[in-house]
Design a protein around this ligand. Structure first.
Ligand SMILES: [Zn+2]
Length: 219
C-alpha cells in the first residue's frame, strides 16, 4: 500500500506555484524502488516544473513494513516524543502488536529501517550506541555530535556505528564486539519490557537512551 496527496508547492527560486504529488505513506516491502530512493537520499527530491530548480522537499512519511512488524513515522524536525493516531490505530487492529516509531530526520528514518531490517531491537541498539559513543569520546578525546547504526555481523560477532565527531563533523566508524548490543538487550528485556510496543508512535533516540541509562544505573 502507498498513499499519495496532491499539494500546491511554491518554488523557492521562481516563486511560481505547481501541483505536486507527494507520497505520504508507503510499504517498504511492496515498493522496493521507493525504499531504495530513501537510502539514496533521492526520495524527497523535487524539481520545479516551471524553472527546473531542484531542491529537497521534506514532508511527513509513514513508512510501514507489516511483515517485519514495524512502522516508522518521519515528521520533519518534530520535537514530539509520542504521536497517537487514533484513526490509524482503530483502522488497523494489528497496529497494537507492532513497533511504532517517530523520527525527526531522514538519517534517523534510514537508521530505523536498517535496524529493523536486520531484525535487531532499536532500544538495545540505541543503548549500545550510547555506550560506544562515550568510549569514542574518552579514547579519541573527541566530541560526538551524532551517531548511526551501520551494520551488524553475527558471524564476525561485531556491531558498527557511524559517528560524526569534532567541530567539522568528521565521519568516524567504530566497530565493536556484539556483546555490547547483547548486554543492552538484557537491560531492555529486564527494565523496558513491553515499552516499545505501547499505544502510539514513540521516539527511541539518543535522548531516550540517556534517560534509560539513568533508570538502569539507579535501579
Ligand atoms: Zn521554479
Amino acid at each position: 500500500m502507498s498513499e499519495k496527496v496532491n499539494k500546491m508547492i511554491i518554488c523557492p527560486k521562481c516563486s511560481k506555484e505547481s501541483e505536486t504529488e507527494l507520497i505520504c505513506s508507503m510499504n517498504g516491502k511492496s515498493f522496493p524502488d521507493m525504499k531504495k530512493r530513501i537510502f539514496e537520499d533521492k526520495f524527497f527530491e523535487w524539481k520545479c516544473p516551471k524553472c527546473g530548480h531542484e531542491s529537497d522537499l521534506l514532508h511527513p512519511l509513514l513508512y510501514n513494513d507489516i511483515e517485519n512488524k514495524f512502522m516508522v513515522y518521519y515528521i520533519p524536525d518534530t520535537k514530539r516524543k509520542v504521536v497517537v493516531d487514533e484513526k490509524l490505530e482503530k483502522e488497523f487492529f494489528e497496529l497494537s502488536y507492532i513497533k511504532k516509531r517517530i523520527v525527526s530526520g531522514v538519517n534517523e528514518l534510514k537508521e530505523k529501517i536498517a535496524i529493523f531490517d536486520f531484525g535487531a531491537d532499536d532500544m538495545a541498539v540505541e543503548l549500545a550506541k550510547y555506550a560506544v559513543e562515550r568510549i569514542v569520546e574518552k579514547s579519541a578525546n573527541m566530541t560526538v555530535s551524532s551517531g548511526y547504526f551501520l551494520d551488524m555481523d553475527r558471524s564476525e560477532n561485531t556491531i558498527s556505528f557511524q559517528f560524526f565527531v569534532g567541530s567539522e563533523n568528521r565521519p568516524y566508524i567504530q566497530t565493536t564486539r556484539l556483546e555490547v548490543y547483547e548486554r543492552s538487550m538484557g537491560i531492555v528485556k529486564k527494565y523496558f519490557k513491553g515499552f516499545g510496543k505501547q499505544h502510539g508512535f514513540i521516539k527511541i533516540d539518543r535522548e531516550w537512551a540517556k534517560e534509560a541509562w539513568k533508570i538502569y544505573k539507579n535501579s
